[in-house]
Design a binder for this molecule. Structure first.
Ligand code: PXP
Length: 241
């Protein structure tokens, strides 16, 4: 099973100072050294984390699958066609949200999404749709020409007690339904070191797309070394330890 690493939140830290570090392109290189099979970035309309420059550089430097997450807007479709990622994942986008909150409402936006898929396909780029674990959405995704779907695992990740089992079953059933009708099937959102195993054991999944928990862990496991390196520089310069 593939692991696509979402590096948006490396850019979130950089944008806190609007400076040049940490560079998401370097983070992508290190993620690949760690075994990432793909790199994902979400270019948001408000550019709150990933910038156009990041996407262009990643396109040049990333030797593994580059997945561009984006809203199905005219501007983003233009950028996708120009940049040519390995595939595009269409997601809903709201300005006020902290992260993508739900899957695409493919039922309500059928025509709009079909048109977006057509335009992206015309440039030879495959399209995945981020959808909730519901049978209707899966069938509509196929109908309107999607190559892949990414099943939203956020409800599973957030559920507690008996609800967790129900949500896991919804994800597993959705994966099976989507595979049965010939879609490639991924899953993601809210996956972390505690909850990933049960999703990773679902048969038929092509890949998992994980961001926040990996970047969070990277900050913590890198802290000791980062402080040690700074301390060494201070001592070397004559500062007392
Ligand atoms: N998949 C999609 C479609 C997303 O929008 C996100 C969040 O950007 C992810 C996966 C990764 O989610 P998380 O950061 O919670 O691992």
């Amino acid at each position: 099973m593939l692991l696509g690493v979402n590096i948006d939140h490396v850019a979130t830290i950089r944008q806190a100072r609007k400076g040049i570090e940490p560079d998401p392109v370097m983070a992508a290189t290190l993620a690949i050294l760690g075994g990432a099979d793909g790199i994902t970035v979400h270019l948001r309309e408000d550019r709150r984390h990933i910038q156009d420059r990041d996407l262009n550089m990643l396109k040049d430097f990333v030797p593994v699958e580059l997945n561009l997450e984006m809203a199905a807007t005219k501007e983003m479709i233009g950028i996708a066609i120009k940049t040519r990622p390995d595939f595009v994942t269409l997601v809903p986008e709201k300005r006020q949200e902290l992260t993508t909150e739900g899957g695409l409402d493919v039922g309500a936006q059928k025509t709009h999404i079909r048109e977006a898929i057509k335009k992206i396909h015309a440039a030879g780029i495959p399209v995945s749709l981020f959808i909730n674990p519901e049978p209707d959405g899966i069938h509509i995704a196929k109908q309107i020409g999607a190559d892949m779907v990414e099943i939203h695992t956020g409800m599973y990740a957030n559920a507690r007690g008996t609800k967790k089992e129900k949500e896991l079953t919804r994800v597993a059933n959705s994966v099976r339904d989507a595979v049965d009708i010939g879609l490639l099937v991924n899953a993601g959102h809210g996956l972390n070191y505690d909850n990933v195993s049960r999703i990773a054991s679902i048969e038929g999944l092509r890949g998992l797309y994980i961001g926040h928990s990996i970047v969070s862990r990277a900050v913590l496991i890198g802290m000791e070394r980062a402080v040690r390196e700074m301390k060494e520089l201070i001592i070397k310069a004559g500062g007392k330890s």
